[in-house]
Design a protein around this ligand. Sequence first.
Ligand code: HEC
Length: 97
Amino acid sequence: MSKKMMIVIALQVLLLVVGIVWYQNRTISDYQAVGRAGKQIYDEACISCHPITEFDNRNLSVEYTKKLVIEGRGVMPKYPEIQEPELSRLAEYVNQL
Ligand code: HEC
């Protein structure tokens, strides 16, 4: 195999790795929640995609909402910076909407 070919293949592998890393990180939010109340977090991080009426009377359990926020789903990002106790405050706020 020529040197040129090897360089081309190496670049393609690099691009593939960069692409995979980008894909896996694309739905991670760096929103900082420390010290915030549930409603404040919701108003800042969630309301743009979830209008306040969306969860009305849905009775989404605290555990379910926590799981969504931790793991994300599809277009919804995961929020590694929302941890306890703010995570519970947020989930309880969503639960009582
Ligand atoms: C970029 C838009 C976006 C943001 C911001 C966002 N979400 Fe979501 N969320 C979604 C989408 C899209 C879904 C549906 C996911 C699916 O089922 O594929 C979803 C689903 C959910 C669900 C599940 C609803 C159900 O009916 O089962 C909950 C709970 C939820 N989000 C809570 C939150 C909270 C809390 C925040 C703020 C920390 C938030 N979301 C921020 C887009 C977003």
